[in-house]
Write a protein of this length. Sequence first.
Length: 284
Amino acid sequence: MHKTLLDLSHRETVMNALDATRIPFSEYSFTNLYLFRQIHKYHLVDRNGLLFIEGITRDNAPYGMPLFDLSEIDRSMIGNIIADFGMLFPVHERHLHIFDDSRFDYHFNPDDSDYLFTREKIATYPGRNLHKKRNLMKQFLESYSWYTLDLTAERAGFAHAILDEWQKSTGRNEAETDYLSCREALERIDEFRLRGTLLYVGDDPAGFLLGESVSNDTFALHFAKCNTRYKGIYQFIYNIFAKELCNECRYINFEQDLGIAELRQAKESYQPDTMAHKFRVTLK
C-alpha cells in the first residue's frame, strides 16, 4: 500500500471519487475530511489501485474508508482489505449484504450516526411535535427585522465575526470546539464548493449556515453559528435555508452528535426522519 497524509493536493482526486459514490454520510465530503484531518490522522491510501481514506475514529479505532462502491469489487478481496486497515468504516447499510455473517462482524455506534431531516420538515415545522419550533420562529419574526444574503467568499469576513462571537459565548478554548475547522471552511468556501446563508438582524450580521451536497438527494449542513441573543434565531435560519434549497434535495443532514448530550438533545428535538447509521465492519 502507498499512503500519504491527506492534503489539498488530493482534493480533486478525492472529490471525484466521492462524487461517484454519492453516499450521504458527513464523512463522504472532502471538506469534512480535510477540516478534521488532524483529529482523525487522515491519510490517502492507494491499495493496488483502490483508493481509501485511512483514519482513526474518535474512540481511537483504526479504519479504512473506501472511496469507491463496495458492491463493485471482488468480494474475495474484502477480508484482506479489512486485515490491512483493522476495520471498514463508515459502511452504509445498503452494502451490508456483501459481508458474510460467518466471516465478518458489523455494528454501529450511535454517536457516529447522522441525523437526517426531510427538507420539507425543516421548511414547515409541521405537527404538534414541532410546535415549539414554530413558536420560536414566530417570536423571531415578530421581534426583529431581517434579511439574508448568500454566504460567499467575499462576505466571509462577516461570518468570521459571528464565529468569533459564538466562540466567546461557549466559554471553552478553540481546541474544544469546531471553531478552527469552521474558520478554515470559511476561508476555503470556493475551493470546497460550499454553499451557505448569511443572516442579518437589522444591519448586524447575526448568523450563518454552511454546507454542501453530499449525494444526489442530501445536503450536509457542516456548520451553523448564530448569536443567541436573538431568540428563535436558530429555528428561523434553519427554516429559511431549507426554503431556499427548494427542490434541490430531499434530505438535510445535520450530521452526528459525537456523543455530546447537549448536541443530541438539540438535534433530537427537531424530530429526525431517519438516522444514517455508519457501520463498522471487522473480521470475526
